[in-house]
Design a protein around this ligand. Structure first.
Ligand code: 13P
Ligand code: SF4
Length: 331
């Protein structure tokens, strides 16, 4: 396929979608024609979540990517999620609608520096959060997501020495709930670190019955005041099964779409960030994807994710370990 140079530079197909087509219908038609599956993370825009065949957290997206029979996986999420899908399903074409959809947490862990860190702690098991590049996964013993991190840490012998990266907040939280003293890499997600505890406390005064739900990538003071801490999938499940009627949600605001769909009678209030007048907190990387870019990606079968085969064969091992432990634990 002859991809225009400007698209290559931009990292997505920059072509106007004709106004006379029904874009949702066309996406569904192209999907059938090309034997593609559309997978979306909970932080995607509502229209992408609604058109996807599968919506889930990082663990569920990896599990689905490993087992799908489709020829093409359209991963509406960020780059590392597309990479994980490609590592697990190397024979499939994996498309991410906009290659610029990165992750500040993955960026906070450069491979050369992480390699030196691993070498400093030679007798330690290397656990890494899935929000990393393929090169970091290739240096790891086991990958974890926020859904299975505690289960995986608990599965290791008590005396085992562990290093954990890149998220310092998740690492500190895991240390506190497992009683471990994992050595932590000093990385973080700029979206989750931005929530304002003061504004959440003020919201609690306005809504005294509301429960605070927080993702473990948030800073410690927020995790301490939260009523429930968990992955996106866990927060969604909690909001659905809880008898409470009001929730303050401290994670990327995209998850509220599924929460509201599953519990239309409940009130979900996005937790505000500390740096603007905006009431909610979006991940600008996740929100780079759009229905238009998704349509063009399917039409032109680009941009696709490639992973060097030497890196892939190393990176797939810790991901498969994670999937095995999760399966045994019923996750
Ligand atoms: P989950 O695995 O909980 O969906 O988290 C993904 C993520 O990027 C959180 O910022
Ligand atoms: Fe990465 Fe944070 Fe965006 Fe999640 S919310 S994809 S951790 S930058």
């Amino acid at each position: 396929m002859n991809i225009k140079d400007s698209w290559l530079k931009k990292g997505y197909v920059d072509e106007k979608v004709p106004t006379n087509i029904d874009i949702k219908k066309e996406i569904l038609r192209l999907k059938e024609e090309k034997d593609a599956i559309i997978m979306a993370h909970f932080y995607q825009t509502n229209d992408i979540q609604d058109i996807a065949d599968f919506v889930g957290d990082s663990l569920a997206l990896a599990q689905e990517a490993a087992k799908t029979d489709a020829k093409i996986i359209v991963l509406a999420g960020v780059h590392f999620m597309g990479e994980t899908a490609k590592i697990l399903s190397p024979d499939k074409l994996v498309l991410v609608p906009d290659l610029n959809a990165g992750c500040s947490l993955a960026d906070s862990c450069p491979p050369e520096e992480f390699k030196a860190f691993v070498e400093r702690y030679k007798d330690h098991t290397v656990l890494t959060y899935v929000n990393t590049t393929a090169k970091i996964k290739a240096l790891s013993d086991i990958v974890v997501t926020s859904t299975n991190a505690k289960t995986i840490v608990d599965s290791l012998p008590k005396e085992e020495k562990i290093i954990f990266g890149p998220d310092r907040n998740l690492g500190n939280y895991l240390n506190s709930i497992t009683g471990r003293e994992m050595v932590l890499w000093d990385g973080a997600c700029h979206v989750h670190e931005k929530f304002s505890v003061e504004k959440i406390v003020a919201l609690k005064k306005e809504h005294p019955e509301a429960l605070v739900l927080a993702h473990p990538e948030c800073k410690k003071p927020l995790l301490l005041l939260a009523d429930y801490v968990g992955s996106t999938a866990a927060l969604l499940k909690y909001s659905t099964t809880s008898e409470a009627k009001e929730f303050i949600v401290a994670t990327e605001s995209g998850i509220i779409h599924q929460m509201q769909k599953q519990s239309p009678d409940k009130l979900f209030i996005p937790a505000p960030p500390n740096d603007s007048t905006c009431a909610c907190n979006d991940c600008e990387y996740m929100k780079l994807n759009s229905l238009e870019k998704l349509y063009n990606a399917l039409k032109y079968e680009w941009p696709s994710i490639d992973v060097d085969e030497n890196i892939r064969t190393e990176a797939v091992k810790p991901i498969n370990k994670m999937l095995d432990i999760s399966k045994k634990a019923g996750l």
